[in-house]
Design a protein around this ligand. Structure first.
Ligand code: FES
Length: 144
């Protein structure tokens, strides 16, 4: 009788461990798929083409325009631009560009207008995108 109870107890313990480990494995797999999906969205290589006639803030050197939560564009010269992702590289909070620098309200990181870290806790610069200016079409292609 005791032997049978012990066996049932062992069986239940083993089953519980199996369920827990299986649950973690399934959950881990789903999380992996979810994150993989986000990475695909982030790195699709899709180009964003901006018709600059629609963005008067970008018509002069020194101008800038936040296009979306993931893109802010600066005009750095007659035919040169800088495109940055203003998402903080510490824990992915939004930053605010105050005209001089990016400020993250979550934990206080700051970045200069080139995206370089000025104050931590962030240690990585803001992500930058390549740009291509077509002067005849007055468009800017941002490689996102
Ligand atoms: S998320 Fe920006 S400083 Fe932490």
């Amino acid at each position: 009788m005791d032997k049978e109870k012990l066996n049932r107890r062992d069986f239940l313990k083993s089953s519980a461990k199996g369920i827990i480990i299986g649950g973690i494995a399934v959950t881990g797999l789903n999380i992996e798929k979810v994150f993989a999906g986000f990475e695909e969205i982030e790195s699709t290589g899709a180009d964003k083409v901006l018709n600059l006639s629609e963005y008067p803030d970008l018509s002069n050197t020194g101008g800038y325009k936040q296009i979306s939560g993931k893109l802010i564009v600066f005009r750095t010269g007659g035919s040169s631009f800088r495109a940055l992702n203003p998402t903080c590289t510490h824990k992915k909070c939004d930053t605010h560009f105050n005209g001089t620098e990016f400020e993250c309200e979550c934990h206080g990181s700051k970045f200069d207008k080139t995206g370089k870290v000025l104050n931590g806790p962030a240690t990585k610069n803001l992500r930058s995108y390549k740009t291509k200016f077509d002067s005849s079409a007055n468009t800017l292609t941002v490689k996102m």
